[in-house]
Write a protein that binds this ligand. Structure first.
Ligand code: MG
Length: 337
């Protein structure tokens, strides 16, 4: 397969929003103009392997209405850009710089040891899960031992190269207006994700809940422990919804009235956003009626495109913005502003 891939859609936005073929209106959500373009060759591609199936799901979710819908999203390289200013963007874990650089080196050594094991096909899953628990456990201990403070987190985020995809804020705002919950699942660090939202977006969203590793600080803002069960790269997807359930209860207590229908059980229609095929498992345990899965294939496109196009309903290539998903939810929830 060449680097240039077939654009399977028939409609493209003048602002290059990567709109799938089934969007037939004349103007795009981002105010760009749509024009028809069939089987055009392009480096900027959205791939929809089964357009009729996608249309059927869109119709079913639209008919059920916003009260039945929820969004489940991975964080790193899904909500955030894969590349920032031409270089690989940082992850919520990767951006963290401790005040004592010795501890940054220790965490990097752990990364160099465990990261290849995470992707080794030779290690059985049970053993690999134990290794990931070990890795996350040691990393968290180093963060505590190295004397991490909340100011250190703030400074790390300020110095980081992490950025949301264009359209993420508009997506969250659109969903917030309609009381549609967004669950962000991450094996990273919840406190950092929240700080990224504060610094890059300058606000938090009442409909956005983060299921990730959460830190506990003492009165002097020193990290002293982590709350609850460790969420690592392998249990994140297998047990994501189990971990979300207590969060809903907890947030109900802390934030006052919670959404009547925020429970993952009553919202049986799902938009799932991820950048790995394993992210599809984030909806495991949810007896969903309809799920539209959107995959961001950021790298290694030639080798992975076939598996992604079969695994996800919609695949965006080349670090695409979030405008196509904004358009998708506006199709699913028509009417109103
Ligand atoms: Mg990711």
């Amino acid at each position: 397969m060449s680097n240039r891939l077939l654009f399977v859609g028939t409609t493209i936005c003048s602002n290059r929003c990567f709109i799938p073929h089934h969007f037939t209106s004349r103007s795009c959500f981002c105010s760009g103009t749509l024009r028809n373009q069939t089987n055009m060759e392009s480096d900027e591609v959205v791939v929809v392997a089964h357009p009729h199936l996608l249309d059927t799901k869109i119709a079913a979710i639209r008919n059920a209405g916003p009260p039945k819908l929820q969004v489940i999203a991975d964080f790193d390289a899904t909500l955030t850009k894969y590349r920032v200013n031409g270089s690989r963007g940082q992850s919520s874990h990767g951006l963290l710089q401790q005040e004592n650089p010795e501890y940054n080196n220790k965490r990097r050594e752990l990364f160099e040891y465990y990261h290849p094991l995470e992707f080794s096909p030779a290690i059985p899953i049970e053993q690999k899960t134990k290794l990931m628990e070990e890795w996350w456990g040691k990393t968290h201990s180093l963060l505590i031992e190295g004397g991490l403070t909340y100011d250190g987190i703030r400074q790390s985020v300020a110095d980081s190269t992490i950025a949301f995809r264009e359209g993420v804020v508009e997506l969250f705002e659109f969903l917030e207006k309609r009381d549609i919950p967004v669950l962000i699942f991450s094996a990273g660090l919840a406190d950092i994700i929240e700080e990224v939202l504060r610094q890059k977006v300058h606000r938090l969203f009442k409909n956005v809940k983060i299921v990730s590793n959460r830190m506990v600080f003492d009165d002097n803002s020193h990290l002293v422990s982590f709350k609850g069960k460790t969420i690592h790269s392998l249990n994140k997807n297998e047990h994501a919804l189990d971990m979300a359930a207590p969060l809903h209860e907890q947030l109900g207590d802390l934030d006052g009235p919670t959404y009547e229908n925020a429970s993952v059980k009553t919202r049986r229609n799902v938009i799932l956003l991820g950048d790995h095929i394993g992210d599809l498992r984030m909806s495991d345990g949810l007896n969903y009626e309809n799920r539209i899965s959107v995959g961001f294939l950021n790298d290694n496109v030639e080798n992975s495109i076939d598996s992604y196009r079969e695994a996800f309903d919609v695949v965006y290539l080349n670090d695409a913005p979030m405008w196509g998903v904004v358009k998708l939810v506006s199709q699913l929830c028509p009417g109103g502003d």
